[in-house]
Design a protein around this ligand. Sequence first.
Ligand code: GDP
Ligand code: IMO
Ligand code: MG
Length: 436
Amino acid sequence: MPGIVIVGAQWGDEGKGKVVDLLAEQAEAVVRFQGGNNAGHTIVKEGVTYKFHLIPSGILYPGKLCIIGNGVVIDPKVLTGEIDGLKARGIDVSGLRVSANAHLIMPYHLMLDTAGEAKLGKLQIGTTRRGIGPAYADKASRVGIRVQDLLDEKILKKKIQVALEPKKLSLRPYERDPELDLQTMTEAALIYGHKLEQYIADTSRLLWDLLDDGRNVIFEGAQATLLDIDHGTYPFVTSSNPIAGAATVGAGVGPRDIDEVWGIAKAYATRVGAGPFPTELHDGVGEQLRELGGEFGTTTGRPRRCGWIDLVALKYAARINGLTSLAITKLDVLSSFETLKVCTGYVSGEGAELDHFPYHQSVLHHVEPEYTELPGWNEDITGCRTAADLPQKAKDYLEFLSDFVGVPVTLVGVGPGREQIVWLRRTEGVAATLEA
Ligand code: GDP
Ligand code: IMO
Ligand code: MG
């Protein structure tokens, strides 16, 4: 029965891929439940770096069932490219399964994403321009194209035609683009369909069987809590629900199938794209975090905005996801700082003290962080493998985080490698199995 959801507890790029890869060893399946190839999940295995955008981060275990759930939006060009790339590196992708009900990102979604951002000008969200928003918009408007449509030429063509009709005006700048031609687009999609056919399945049913059998299933979140379309910093968000509750909807299981929810958070904070980020640092310290942490986007290569950890936001993430565990990654990046700051409150534009994450956009935009200072440990921790190896001040830092947020820290990352982790506690589910 153990279903464990892995979610980003900040603004993304917390190291979800690494944690999923780690836990996947003891799991029967890994399932992505939302987002698309806006995600970039990195795994470093035996010194080799792998970056995944759509394929779940369990694929490095030969034959492991890796499911792309119904809640994901799939660019078939990217997915087939990712499959071919892995095969070329000798990776067995036979365990991949793709939900027939997942929606597709079509060429016009990419164009609309770019055009939409251009139209917003200074107010742009800074999307990854992967067509995510327009694809989810079509899904909600019931003119989306689904994976199953790739297998029927007549239905596919008709649906593309219907989807294109209301977009004619917005797509006018692209009207000469050959990719937009109905026949060309249909033919290209059919070729992707042929390539993907062997992986298409009734993925909910596969998951029910495993869960009913008591097997471990990992639900791999993409993006993160503060990018959630309902609960994040709207409108500077992604177009799906990356929070834990969405795992059930996007994978096709019930709430009772979830046993644990792990929030992944960096020991500091980063954000890519526009939007409020109360603890952002515009000084040399922010620059230092970016350099030390290698904070450049996995998907777009953009420099990530950096700042101190925001415990007000993390506490909010803990509640809204129902976190049972925290995994704190990149603790090693803080090793060279004399003093560390952690945000433990906000002061509003009107001078009011806030101890919670404000729901109102304009309040959030004007908050100033209040910091508690903690001493740094000033020594290399990349070789630490047990709690006893960690400097006391590093343990104190983690304890402060955990006490403030009210969620235990189970796992700590001390470097990008698969082996660069420290387990701090046993838990009931997957982690206990792993340690046994
Ligand atoms: P994801 O999108 O949440 O999977 O995270 P990304 O892969 O986009 O970004 C996380 C980056 O940090 C990757 O380059 C990882 O290899 C790296 N990383 C993960 N955990 C650690 C850690 O504990 N220490 C260090 N130094 N790097 C880490
Ligand atoms: P992973 O899974 C960090 C951000 C974009 C932009 C906003 C909307 O690697 O953590 P979108 O293309 O989704 O419409 O862009 O969301 N964003 C991410 N930031 N990590 C991600 O994924 C992200 N996916 C989207 O930068 O601000
Ligand atoms: Mg990422």
